[in-house]
Ligand binder design. Structure first.
Ligand code: SF4
Length: 230
């Protein structure tokens, strides 16, 4: 019996859907949208982005160039065990006190060459998401018409490159999620733990009132223990 109501088959299904999504259709959408970055920087600010999620390889590279202190457990922890410890599938970049990305300095990215994968493909995406009416469908562009320029010229070769990068990112994200969920299943079973929403909510209230929590961050197949307070 599963200990955590994990829907790994849905993730596997989603991965297959991304692989099978027709490249020519995706490239056509990319060319039709014609997004052109005008360096407005809005996607690096709180206005657009409450966190920048890091794939395992992003976290490893960023630790090498900027140190561990620029990382934090990604918000929205997935589980809390009955001993009050949280679990999350990866790291995110820290934010500055105004909520902007920690690397956003003087209107530009201070680590542009080493920026996370999500920053390289934004605003493109390829995952299924519900709309306001609850209809589940493929989404391809984030923040449409809210930043940058649209209806620019995107060549066939460039569109193909973007489509390939987006697919690789979305698949890597889902594989990390799948590995995390499998690890949780194994960890909870081995240690006789279970998820508790009641404890999750109580510990979150304590955190907001100045308490400290323990978060186990999934990184390269293992959990790394982090302590967190506001
Ligand atoms: S890492 Fe760089 S590109 Fe990505 S959100 Fe932060 S400042 Fe922007």
């Amino acid at each position: 019996m599963k200990t955590t109501c994990i829907k790994t088959d849905e993730i596997e299904h989603e991965i297959s859907g991304i692989i099978d999504f027709p490249d020519d259709r995706f490239e056509e959408i990319i060319r039709e949208v014609g997004f052109v970055c005008d360096l407005c920087g809005r996607c690096c600010t709180r206005e657009f982005n409450d966190h920048v999620f890091l794939l395992d390889d992003d976290a490893k590279r960023i630790i090498e160039v900027a140190g561990r202190e620029v990382l934090r457990p990604a918000p929205y922890y997935e589980f809390c065990d009955n001993l009050g410890r949280f679990y999350v599938m990866g790291y995110a970049l820290r934010n500055k006190s105004n909520g902007d990305c920690i690397f956003y300095l003087g209107g530009r990215c201070d680590h542009y060459a080493d920026r996370p994968e999500i920053c390289r493909i934004f605003p493109y995406m390829l995952h299924r998401e519900e709309d306001d009416e609850g209809n589940l469908d493929w989404r391809q562009i984030g923040g449409l018409n809210q930043h940058g320029l649209y209806h620019g010229e995107v060549g066939v070769e460039e569109a193909g490159k973007i489509a390939g990068n987006v697919k690789r990112y979305e698949i890597a994200f889902l594989k990390q999620k799948l590995a995390f969920l499998n690890k949780i299943e194994e960890h909870f079973k081995k240690h006789g733990l279970k998820h508790s929403q009641q404890i999750y909510d109580r510990k979150m209230r304590e955190l907001k009132c100045g308490g400290e929590i323990e978060v186990y961050v999934f990184q390269k197949g293992n959990f790394i223990k982090e302590k967190l307070s506001i």
